[in-house]
Design a protein around this ligand. Structure first.
Ligand SMILES: Cc1ncc(COP(=O)(O)O)c(C=O)c1O
Length: 386
């Protein structure tokens, strides 16, 4: 058993028979669910306590973020990234995907282009079309072996004259990149030159697995970049409270903020009162739990990487951030990789949904024992394929 600090991430928590999307999909089947991005761990004790207190109060009318929550969110950004955020810049949301949609509605006009670097978290590919914008995909450079990179020249060539908005995923789901400052700077220069607004989805900013690297919020690159940036953040991934519906957009430019608010009006509900209680506690008191979680996730990542390294025909991208591993199984020559692994008892995310045929995404935010069992099943699936 590995107890990380004072927190026991090896402790089984039964999610079968609950409302878990991840576990319901394969209910009644012998399939280990390693797909949708939430973790099988209990949230930090401080979060559970705050939720108990809030439930004990017993009245659940319409809520509004309190100054305490705004201060806790701003203090988190200051402490972790040195980003000084004025509470007035915050726009509260029930989730990040709503934020991506609102951004598409807020920028440009129907038919205008929205740039996205692929492979990417599936809603990035769907939201522009749903909002009457035109999706413009530009592939990232590299692969699992050489490392994934954003090539700004490729982006420059790939975006049309009608592109008005770039949806950035930072850190990047699914390839696990924590974009570096020089990479971000080149991207930002291009966006300034082309007068693009950037929506930077930084939901995974707390899950940095590289010990010697820091997440750099895009908006910190300078005032001109900040003026064109909507940053989306949330405690949801970091503290495993994604089902509680509490996220925020940070928008320093008053005009952009006004356009964003207007695009959200009448459509996007307020954050959930329990979500706000959880978020306040997570930001204010969750750090010791998070440090332990990161150690556990690093060990899971290393364990998985070592097992994948022994599998012929499978490669895994280095995971600098997130708890998501991006596996390239193209060399196995399978017609339906997702179905093949599912038949061997592992429920992964299908790369096709991310715009990448022949890839699978594995969520290692689970107990090591379960991950080890999944690795055995994956090994059997690989053997059966060769
Ligand atoms: C990059 C990214 N953005 C957004 C989301 C979902 O955010 P929400 O549930 O707040 O809509 C996820 C969830 O996996 C994600 O990975």
């Amino acid at each position: 058993m590995t107890v990380s600090g004072a927190y026991d991430f090896d402790r089984p928590v039964e999610r079968r028979g609950t409302d878990s999307q991840k576990w319901l999909r394969y209910a009644g089947r012998d399939v280990l669910p390693l797909w949708v991005a939430d973790m099988d761990f209990l949230s930090p004790p401080a979060v559970l306590e705050a939720l108990h207190d809030r439930v004990a109060h017993g009245v659940f009318g319409y809520g509004h973020p309190q100054p305490e929550l705004e201060a806790a969110a701003c203090a988190d950004l200051q402490r972790n990234f040195g980003w000084q955020v004025d509470p007035q810049w915050l726009v509260w949301l029930p989730g990040l995907v709503s934020g991506l949609s609102v951004c598409c509605r807020a920028v440009g006009a129907p038919g205008d282009g929205v740039g996205v670097l692929t492979p990417i978290y599936p809603p990035f590919l769907k939201v522009p079309g749903l909002m009457d914008r035109t999706l413009e995909t530009v592939p990232l450079a590299g692969d699992n072996d050489t490392g994934w990179r954003m090539e700004v020249r490729r982006l420059e060539r790939g975006l049309s004259e009608r592109a008005r908005l770039l949806l950035l995923c930072h850190p990047h789901n699914p390839v696990g990149r924590l974009w570096s400052e020089p990479e971000l700077r080149q991207l930002a220069d291009l966006c300034l030159e082309r007068r693009l607004v950037i929506c930077s989805d930084e939901i995974h900013n707390g899950l940095i697995l590289e010990r010697d690297r820091r997440h750099v919020p895009l908006a910190m690159l300078g005032p001109e970049v900040a003026a064109r940036t909507v940053t989306l953040v949330a405690p949801s991934k970091t503290y495993n409270i994604a089902g509680l519906g509490c996220a925020l957009a940070v928008i320093s430019d008053p005009d952009l903020r006004r356009r964003f608010r207007r695009a959200a009006a009448g459509i996007v509900p307020h954050p959930n009162v329990l979500g706000m209680a959880a978020a306040t506690a997570a930001y204010a008191h969750g750090r010791p739990w998070l440090e332990s979680l990161l150690d556990y996730l690093r060990a899971n990542r290393d364990f998985l990487a070592a097992r994948v390294a022994d599998l012929p025909g499978v490669t895994m991208a280095p995971v600098e951030a997130t708890y998501l591993a991006w596996l390239d199984v193209r060399s196995l020559g399978l017609d339906h990789p997702h179905a093949h692994f599912l038949a061997h008892g592992v429920g992964l995310s299908d790369g096709r949904d991310f715009g990448a045929e022949g890839y699978l995404r594995l969520n290692f935010g689970c107990r090591r024992e379960l991950l080890a069992e999944a690795c055995q099943r994956i090994e059997a699936a690989v053997k059966a394929a060769s």
